[in-house]
Design a protein around this ligand. Structure first.
Ligand SMILES: C[S@@+](CC[C@H](N)C(=O)[O-])C[C@H]1O[C@@H](n2cnc3c(N)ncnc32)[C@H](O)[C@@H]1O
Length: 384
């Protein structure tokens, strides 16, 4: 994560700077920043006697040179204020233009506003979750120009590589969502997706962490809802334990039906992605799981929520939903930003909001979250 480390003998103190929001509880700062196209939060905290200035990854910006130089600029300002010096950082410019990647992005705020389907031209939609560098999506999209493809990916670097490939090939039937895929499915209409592809999602999967995996029971139920009748989920993995956990969840918690001879088959073909090549080189077996939807889901739209929200409770845990204000930050003009965790308690989201003096939660440019069903319900719980 982009960061700088400052060495100083001066402890963190409240600065007389309106852009800096200070937490009295934990002696740390947050600094909301907006640069060209990106809105994000810098977190500043003490660690082993040094001060760390770091991007808060839950604000999901593209890590552009603009973002890096804003972090470095703030670190220099802080080092100067605290009579310290920057001793390390990873904020050198790379002169890599990210603007082309923007052409392919679907912004999460627009998705919250409109739903994904309303932002697309076609009603033939396929989705790849954890698309990595986009090799599979590129080839599949090229051979199916009448279908619109969406790649969901959380990490910066693979998205840049994928977008570079799409740009070079002039692809116009692909979009990217840069976010955690587990929250995205609710923003699709029910019965609207032909196929959800998942290629080599979690090579380091452990059974004891199954609740937090990408394809856990909650995500698989959401995938079931968005698939069209006759649509498939297709999983490739080198990890048999992962395939077993997915099949168990599909058989137990969904109505999807297996379309192969065996629930888990050995895959002899190729999708020619980075991870497939990697595992093939190590002669690993590749497993394939394909399940089909045979019945229509009920098409219930999800509610919208309007901000500001009158927050009456700072901690609620009810029916598996959580809303918790983790910290309150204040600037020198007594304006407040809160850091909140909310949504399904096993898989909560994390975001920043403004808070008025009458405890109304409002959106700031750095409030980046997916307005999925769990998030909306838990935000509403806080207002009761
Ligand atoms: C092992 S890589 C496989 C990438 C690609 N499918 C391939 O075959 O080369 C897994 C990818 O899934 C992405 N990923 C993991 N969890 C995710 C999540 N919750 N939401 C979106 N992407 C995720 C990772 O960032 C990574 O790029």
């Amino acid at each position: 994560m982009p960061h700088a480390v400052i060495e100083t003998h001066t402890p963190i103190i409240a600065l007389d700077n309106k852009s800096v929001f200070f937490s009295k509880k934990f002696r740390l700062f947050v600094v909301p920043i907006s640069v060209k196209c990106e809105d994000f939060i810098i977190k500043v905290y003490q660690n082993h006697g040094k001060i760390v200035v770091k991007l808060d990854k839950t604000t999901y910006p593209f890590i552009t040179d603009d973002v890096k130089s804003a972090i470095l600029g703030f670190a220099e300002y802080l080092a100067n204020k605290l009579n310290g010096r920057i001793v390390s950082h990873n904020l050198n410019r790379t002169y890599r233009d990210c603007v082309f990647a923007k052409n392919y992005l679907l912004d999460v705020r627009s998705i919250n506003e409109m739903g994904v389907n309303n932002l697309l031209k076609s009603n033939r939609i396929r989705l790849e979750v954890g698309m990595g560098r986009g090799e599979f999506l590129l080839e599949t999209a090229k051979s199916n120009p009448e279908v619109e493809f969406i790649g969901v990916e959380i990490a910066n670097e693979p998205i840049l590589k994928a977008a570079f490939r799409f740009t070079r090939e002039g692809l116009s039937n692909v979009k990217i969502i840069k976010h955690d895929a587990r929250y995205i499915f609710d923003l699709f209409d029910a019965n609207s997706v032909e196929c959800v592809y998942v290629n080599f999602p979690e090579p380091w999967f452990k059974f004891k962490k199954v609740k937090h995996t990408l394809l856990n029971v909650d995500t698989l139920k959401k995938i079931e809802r968005v698939l069209k009748k006759g649509g498939n989920i297709e999983l490739l993995t080198d990890n048999l334990a992962y395939a077993v956990s997915v099949v168990t969840a599909l058989e137990t918690h969904t109505t999807l039906k297996n379309t192969q001879n065996r629930c888990i088959d050995i895959f002899k073909g190729s999708v020619d992605t980075y991870f497939e090549r990697r595992w093939k080189k190590r002669e690993r077996t590749i497993y394939r799981v394909v399940y089909e939807k045979n019945i229509e889901s009920e098409a219930v739209g999800i509610d919208k929520i309007t901000f500001p929200l009158n927050v009456k409770r700072d901690y609620v845990l009810e029916n598996g939903l959580i809303f918790k204000i983790l910290d309150v930050f204040e600037n020198s003009s007594d304006q407040r930003i809160v850091e909140v965790t909310f949504g399904r308690s096993t898989n909560p989201q994390h975001s920043y909001f403004g808070l008025t003096n009458s405890d109304e939660l409002f959106l700031i440019p750095q409030s980046i979250f997916v307005a999925d069903e769990d998030a909306l319900k838990s935000l509403e719980l806080a207002t009761i």
